[in-house]
Write a protein that binds this ligand. Structure first.
Ligand code: ADP
Ligand code: MG
Length: 249
């Protein structure tokens, strides 16, 4: 797996200004889900066009339907719901409202992430790393895809690797989510020359070459949304008279 990079953990940064960068709470988790929902709504037609080229033209519709239901479900959860509970509810909702490949795959990813986050009211970057590992493992257990098969794994695996490397080399939560987002975007673009070996697109054989994978693209949108949610959360904490700036940008 691409994440087995032999990089030792750098000493964690300490001191004022680091605290705000360290954790994601339920409010930030909710704003991440809302960012994902908004992005999937905006990009629904684009994702569907990508799926029209190598699938059955429903990926944008599936993702939008699933996330509309996720927002309805999580909005109905009590304020005290933890990040883990929010993600588990999102996963279950996804499985029950989205058919096809994406439903069980993303549903499992969210469920496994929620399980890995445990019961805490907030989580730090190392716990997020564990959640990403659990998501990838879940997706690969269900879908049996490896990197290079032209699936969502081609965005998820590099995002995880980018996140882990940044964290292990002394980066903050913010720089790690940015690295993950960049790697996911690059991973999605890198699916263009690949020939699909899993999912509906694989039926096309060599004719699947030359098109970006829809699922890798929606995964990249989710990581871009995570970056925005984490950065916005930090700005809000500072604006609310939180700790002084001092962490890496
Ligand atoms: P369907 O293919 O059933 O119409 P979607 O169009 O919603 O479902 O999702 C298609 C996406 O699902 C693909 O672009 C690909 O990224 C992803 N996918 C398909 N099969 C697999 C698999 N076995 N493992 C991982 N991802 C997969
Ligand atoms: Mg489809």
């Amino acid at each position: 797996m691409a994440t087995g990079v032999a990089v030792r953990w750098a000493r964690p940064s300490t001191g004022p200004g680091r605290e705000a960068a360290r954790s994601v709470d339920a409010a930030c988790t909710r704003s991440w889900l809302a960012e994902v929902a908004g992005s999937l709504e905006q990009q629904r037609d684009y994702l569907t066009q990508l799926d029209a080229a190598i699938g059955d033209a429903d990926h944008g519709i599936n993702m939008h339907r699933g996330f509309t239901a996720v927002m309805r479900r999580t909005d109905a959860l009590e304020d005290a719901a933890t990040p883990g509970q929010l993600l588990k509810a999102a996963g279950r909702t996804f499985v029950s409202t989205v058919g096809g490949a994406a439903g069980p795959l993303y549903g499992t990813a969210f469920l496994q992430a929620g399980e890995a986050l445990g019961d805490g009211g907030s989580f730090g970057p190392r716990r997020l790393l564990e959640a990403l590992h659990a998501s990838l493992e879940g997706v690969q257990r269900v879908g049996a895809a490896s990197e290079g098969d032209k699936t969502m794994v081609d965005a998820l695996a590099p995002a995880l690797a980018g996140f882990e490397l940044e964290l292990r080399t002394g980066g903050s939560l913010e720089t790690a989510v940015r690295a993950a987002s960049q790697a996911a975007g690059e991973g999605a673009r890198a699916t263009v020359p690949m020939q699909a070996r899993k999912g509906r697109a694989s039926y096309l054989g060599p004719r699947s070459v030359g098109h970006q994978d829809p699922g890798a693209t929606s995964t990249a949108l989710m990581f871009a949304a995570l970056e925005r949610a984490v950065l916005a959360d930090r700005s809000q904490r500072f604006a609310a008279g939180g700790r002084p700036r001092g962490s890496r940008p």
